[in-house]
Design a protein around this ligand. Structure first.
Ligand code: SF4
Length: 341
């Protein structure tokens, strides 16, 4: 029996149905938002956005891969999985100075948050020694520090918190009933467990997912419902548009209608009013007009550069030109400040 069928049967039991209805955002309610006429959905999302944020303001977060490729997991979208032939070469963990040079460049380009990503199933304790030094160095530069290192074991979140980590990113990726179509080497519960550990250690949560992986609208609603029902919901919600990479199992899918992506942003904004909703992977493929619609739908954070930034980085310049064209501003924060929202 497929996991989808199991999930459906479970929901038909009275107890499961009651539990679902008791959630802040039952899937049906989220789906109703998705099904609104486009302009109505945009209007509602803008109302919510303006209650909590300056709609002209966008946060810049820079992502650096501190350990690229060679990952043992099988996430069907990911070119860093060792088992897919994507041309990505496995590299060792970057040296501290390389990471701090990238963080300085990110700060010079206006980033307020620096996110370090490692292609691991989870960090080994000896890896964490290095990551802790990176976190301390990033914080000393006056940036917020974020890390995405995979699943965490007991005690690891506390170590990262002690080093000063502000955010930990761990995405749920998709709806529970679609999850096994995308990843088989870890399950949904593992992800929720890591998110609990992060919260328990007092680190802010960055958690979202990817759309355009062949899921249905209901399953997109299922993803948003899962994230919105985390208690509390994440401070940061990255919404990725699948970037299809040759060699990965998801390469060659019919692309998602861009308006459906905009709807997903709007629904995330409505269901998680105070979260930073971040446009993440796939942003450039969407083009300027769709990105502008995403900002209008309530997105207010972007990943800015996905590799070591250097002066004159053309992607960064294109981002700045777009923000200027839209009359938007970059959010500036003090590292020690809580989320302004
Ligand atoms: S765990 Fe992360 S790096 Fe590894 S395959 Fe999945 S998405 Fe890629």
């Amino acid at each position: 029996m497929s996991s989808q069928a199991v999930s459906f049967l479970e929901l038909r039991t009275p107890a499961a149905a009651r539990a679902e209805a008791a959630k802040t955002w039952p899937v049906e309610k989220v789906l109703e938002l998705f099904n609104l006429p486009f302009n109505e959905l945009m209007y509602r999302a803008q109302q919510v956005h303006r209650q909590h944020f300056d709609p002209q303001e966008v946060e810049l977060a820079t992502l650096l891969s501190i350990k690229t490729g060679g990952c043992p997991e099988d996430c069907g979208y990911c070119p860093q999985a060792a088992r897919y032939d994507t041309g990505v070469q496995a590299q060792k963990l970057l040296e501290l100075e390389q990471v701090l040079a990238a963080a300085r460049a990110a700060k010079e380009h206006g980033a307020t948050r620096f996110c370090m990503g490692a292609a691991w199933r989870g960090p080994k304790d000896r890896d964490l020694d290095h990551v802790e030094a990176m976190v301390r160095g990033v914080k000393e530069l006056g940036l917020e520090a974020c890390a995405t290192l995979g699943m965490l074991e007991d005690g690891q979140a506390e170590r990262l918190a002690a080093a000063g980590l502000d955010y930990y990113n761990h995405n749920l990726d998709t709806a529970p009933e679609f999850y096994n179509n995308i990843i088989t080497t870890r399950d949904y519960e593992n992800r929720l467990d890591t998110l609990n550990k992060v919260r328990g250690a007092g680190i802010k949560v960055c958690c979202g997912g990817i759309v355009g992986m062949g899921e249905s609208r209901r399953q997109r609603a299922g993803l948003i419902a899962q994230v919105a029902n985390l208690d509390p919901y994440p401070e940061s919600v990255p919404i990725n548009h699948l970037v299809q990479v040759a060699g990965t199992p998801l390469h060659g899918l019919d692309p998602l209608d861009p308006l459906e992506f905009v709807r997903t942003i709007a629904v995330a904004r409505i269901t998680m009013p105070k979260a930073r909703v971040r446009l993440s992977a796939g942003r450039r493929e969407l083009g300027e007009a769709v990105q502008a619609m995403c900002f209008a739908a309530g997105a207010n954070s972007i990943f800015y550069g996905d590799k070591l930034l250097t002066t004159g980085n053309p992607d960064a310049e294109a981002d700045m030109a777009l923000l200027e064209k839209l009359g938007m501003r970059i959010k500036h924060t003090q590292v020690s400040a809580n989320m302004a929202e």
